[in-house]
Write a protein that binds this ligand. Sequence first.
Ligand code: NAD
Length: 469
Amino acid sequence: MESYDALLASITPATGETRTILDPATGTAVGEAPVHTVEDLQAAIDAARAAQPAWAAAGHDARSAALLKAADAVERSAEELARLLSREQGKPLNGPNARFEVGACAAWLRAAAATPLEAETVVDDGDTRAELHYRPIGVVGAIGPWNWPMMITVWQIAPALRMGNAVVVKPSEYTPLSVLALAAVINEELPEGLLTVVSGGRDVGEALATHPAIGKVMFTGSTTTGKAIIRSSADTVKRLTLELGGNDAGIVLPDADPAAIAEGLFWGAFINTGQTCAALKRLYVHDSLYDAVCTELTAVAKAMPMGNGLDENNVLGPLQNRQQYNIVARLVDAARDSGARILLGGNPETGQAGNFYPTTLVADIDNNNPLVAEEQFGPALPIIRYTTIDQAIAMANALDVGLGASVWSTDLDAARDVAARLQAGTVWINKHGAVDPRIPFGGAKQSGYGLEFGVEGLKALGVPQVING
Ligand code: NAD
C-alpha cells in the first residue's frame, strides 16, 4: 500500500453496518470496522471451500513461494501497518512493540515457507513399509485476541496456508482493523477466497467453532473462551490448537546478579505494557537479594517512557481497552488494601482520555493475593519473597495454568534443575517470553494444548495419514 490512508481506505467498507474503533491513547476515531454477521461468515466459508482444492493441489513449493511473496508485501507496507497497529492497539511504534510485531509477521511467514516437512518412513523392514504423511485439513478457523493481533493471526494462518488449507479469521472485536489490514496486504499475493477476515462478535466466533465445514480451529485467547470453543466444537469433533491464558512465574535464584537481570526482568513482565500471554506475571525472589532486585527493577522501570504510541520516544502504551484497565486497577487496589507495598505506580491519573495505567511494582505481597493468583494482563508486577527453592517451586506450580515460566541465575545447571520441576510449556533461563519461529510453543495445564511454530506447528495444521503397504 502506498500510504497509511490507502491502507485504511482498502479496509473501510463502502456499504453495510460499521463500528467506530477508538484509539486507546486518545479516545479519538481510528477507523470504521465492518460489522460482519453469521451470513458473512457463511459466504467466507463458501469462498474458502471453493479456493482450497486448487491451493492444496499446488503443492508445498508453490505455497511456500506465495508465503514468501506475502512476507515481502508485509515488509513493503510495514510502516503503514505498524502505524495502524499502534493507533488501534495502543502499543508504541518503538521498543518491542508495533514495528517489532509487523517484523515478526514477515519473519513467521518466511519461517512457515522455509520449514521442511517430509513424509516419515516409520517402518521399512522388508515386510511392511509404512509412511506418515500430513494432508490438508480443508478450511481452518482462526480466532484471535487483541494484544498481538497481527502477529498471532500470522502464527495461525501461515502454517495453515503452508499446509494447503484455506483460512477464515475471526479477529477480536477490539482490534479488527489491524487484522483486516494485515490480511489485505497478504491477500495481494494469495488466490481469491483463500484467506478471509470476518469482523464479527462472539456470535460469529461461536458459529465458526460450530460450523461443520471448519475442520480445525486455531484459538488464542482466554481460558474461559477456550473452554467454550471445546464445547462448541465437540459435535463436529474439530481439531483444536488452544493457546490460552497464562500467569507466568519467574524465580530469581540466590546467586543471580540483580543489576544484570533487571532489564530482562522488566521486559519479561512489561512487554506490550504487560498485555502478553507469556509475560512474567509473578516474580519470586529469594530473601537474600529481594531488596536489591526491588531496587534495580524500580530503577529500570522508572526510566521507561509511557505515552502515545506514535511518539517515537515511548516504549510503553495504554491498556487496549477500558475493561482491561479496570481489571488492573481493581487488582492493584486490592493489593494495596491488603497491606502490600507499592514500589512504583499504582496511581493512575483520573479523568484522562486514554487508558494509561502507570508501570506498577508491588512488593511484600502474599502469594494468595488476587494480583498474584489472577492473570492481571497489564503493567503491574507482584514481587513475592521466598526462602527455599522448594517453596518457590511450589508457589510457581500452584495455579491451574502453565504457559511459560523463567529461572534467573548465574548457575545454568542449577537453573535447568529448577526449570525441569516447573509446570509450564516453556521455561526460559535468564529471559522470559522470547518466542522464535523455529521453536515449538504451547501451554501446559489450562493454558491449552497443541504446539505452534517449527515443524510441530506445521504438523498441527495437517491431518496425519499413514500409507501402509
Ligand atoms: P477472549 O477469549 O476474550 O477473546 C478471544 C477471541 O475469542 C475474540 O476474537 C472473541 O471474539 C472470541 N470469542 C469470545 N467468545 C467466543 C466464543 N464463545 N466462541 C468463539 N469465539 C469467541 O480473549 P482476549 O481478552 O481477546 O485475550 C486475552 C487473553 O488471551 C488472555 O487470557 C491471554 O493470556 C490470552 N492469550 C494467550 C496467548 C497464548 O499464546 N497462549 C496469546 C495471547 C493472548
